[in-house]
Design a protein around this ligand. Structure first.
Ligand code: CP
Length: 321
């Protein structure tokens, strides 16, 4: 029986995915090629392989989610793992149980991997020190969402055949977006040229540490971009009013039909979802042929299969693409 190694268990980045920066360029390329190999399973009549039979994956979600939770569940089931979903609203978390005690309980129950979404930045890193299960960050506050970055890279790679050299504009509520942070780091690591575009109140101090160019002027960038990555306005994380009005944000930063017309013919539109149509993107832009938004969702399954497989002991070279 595997023991529960408590507080002195060391977080080991090779066993966890806490940040996109846990992965070097070659490792990201390995995840993407492994995902490509797994994508074919989703096209079969029987969408299942025995790869993780006997392993247990726990989805531990302290915040709401549709795409991430469901795609991790589908990914684990396609690999034949047992999957348990635990949400803070229907578990002993509601009775005041700490993350520490929840982690130890899940490990004692035999979890091999814990997929954690939590409102606090750093919660997955904290969890990784408490358990010898693999920990995957499924979004921690405004900090990181590494599997979102991986599926975005996969989507772009599949569409353009490359990431290197592409010009990626990430637009909107940069200050509160874990998608922006992981995405900027991931796209840069894979050789894209990233510009962060936001009004001054949504451009956080210290953003220069990501090593990306920043600007307040979306219209000046549009004609140069290959990828326009629109961010959700994260109203639930705004502790004070940060915009003069939503109308001014719309006028300056929303991806509207007019702005869609200013893009290069081969440019694409991305959004991690859920979308606030009428706030950061209009209906036509979201539904346009340039939009890769559904492809992003689909990519989530293959990429999360790849991550579970690799963290639980598989080798990228063993999955044919
Ligand atoms: N992109 C994303 O994280 O969506 P969910 O909040 O629905 O998981």
């Amino acid at each position: 029986m595997r023991s529960v190694k408590a507080d002195n268990a060391r977080a080991d980045s090779a066993r966890h995915l806490l940040s996109i920066t846990d992965l070097g360029r070659d490792e990201i390329a390995g995840v993407l090629s492994t995902a490509e190999g797994f994508e074919a399973i989703g096209e079969r009549e029987i969408k299942k392989v025995p790869t993780l039979r006997g392993r247990t994956v726990v989805n531990l979600f302290y915040e709401s989610s549709t795409r991430t939770r469901v795609s991790f569940e589908i990914a684990a089931k396609r690999l034949s793992a047992d999957v348990i979903n635990v949400s803070s609203t229907a578990s002993s978390v509601e009775k005041g149980e700490s993350l520490r005690d929840t982690a130890r309980t899940l490990r004692a129950l035999g979890a091999d991997a814990i997929v954690l979404r939590h409102p606090a930045a750093g919660a997955p890193a904290f969890l990784a020190r408490l358990t010898d299960a693999c920990v995957i960050n499924a979004g921690d506050g405004a900090h990181e969402h590494p599997t979102q970055a991986l599926l975005d890279l996969y989507t772009v790679q599949q569409h353009f055949g490359r990431v290197e050299g592409l010009r990626v504009g990430i637009v909107g509520d940069i200050a509160h977006s874990r998608v922006a942070r992981s995405g900027a780091l991931g796209f840069r690591r894979m050789g894209a040229d990233v510009v962060l575009i936001a009004p001054p109140t949504l451009m956080p101090p210290g953003i220069d540490a990501l090593g990306c160019r920043t600007t307040y002027d979306l219209d000046a960038e549009l004609a140069e971009l290959d990828v326009v990555y629109v961010l959700r306005m994260q109203r639930e994380r705004h502790r004070e009013p940060l915009l003069p009005s939503e109308r001014e944000f719309w006028d300056g930063y929303a991806l509207t039909t007019r702005r869609l017309g200013q893009l290069r013919p081969e440019a694409v539109v991305m959004h991690a979802g859920p979308m606030n149509r009428g706030v950061e993107i209009d209906w036509d832009a979201a539904e346009s042929e340039a939009a890769l938004i559904e492809a992003q969702v689909s990519a989530g399954v293959a990429v999360r299969m790849a991550m579970l497989y690799l963290l639980l002991g598989g080798q990228a070279s063993e999955v044919a693409s």
